[in-house]
Design a protein. Structure first.
Length: 156
């Protein structure tokens, strides 16, 4: 098997595994011991464009950037491609969460896509909880089936 296929598989696998990492870190870190950085995302005070929650972009960006940098010095081996998968997931998270769902940049306001509407509904259900306890839907790109069903009911 050509090495580029192995690198592609590594990148895609890293990207997919990041959904689990995002779910775990959102539930146990952001809604856990680092709630002090995340709470303003749930209890918006409209103090400005940035939130304390935005520090998580830096915190979660460090592993991907570090692996890309290390992998570059190692001759673009597996570390680079794992870092690429992590960083691509970070970009997808930013695009879906901050641009599509929360409209921090005012475009992509509506969508006829069942998948995107289900993502938006699941995230809305996550935000109905203002405290750190009793949350739901901690992931981003994987959406429980019930939100697809809810969107289909609304559509008909």
């Amino acid at each position: 098997m050509p090495v580029w296929i192995l690198y592609l598989i590594t990148t895609v696998t890293s990207f997919l595994l990041m959904e689990g990492v995002a779910w775990l870190s959102h539930k146990y870190i952001m809604h856990g011991f680092l709630w002090s950085l995340h709470h303003d995302h749930h209890q918006r005070d409209d103090a400005g464009f940035f939130e304390k929650n935005d520090y998580f972009f830096l915190i979660f960006g460090i592993p991907g950037i570090s692996l890309i940098t290390w992998g570059t010095f190692q001759g673009f081996g597996y570390a680079f491609w794992i870092g690429a998968g992590i960083s691509l997931y970070g970009f997808a998270y930013f695009f879906v969460h901050d641009i599509f769902i929360h409209q921090r940049f005012r475009f992509l306001r509506t969508s006829n896509s069942l998948y995107l509407r289900a993502i938006r509904r699941a995230h809305k259900m996550h935000h109905k909880h203002l405290g750190k306890e009793e949350g739901e839907c901690f992931g981003m790109l994987w959406v429980p089936l019930r939100y697809f069903k809810d969107e289909l009911k609304i559509q008909h």
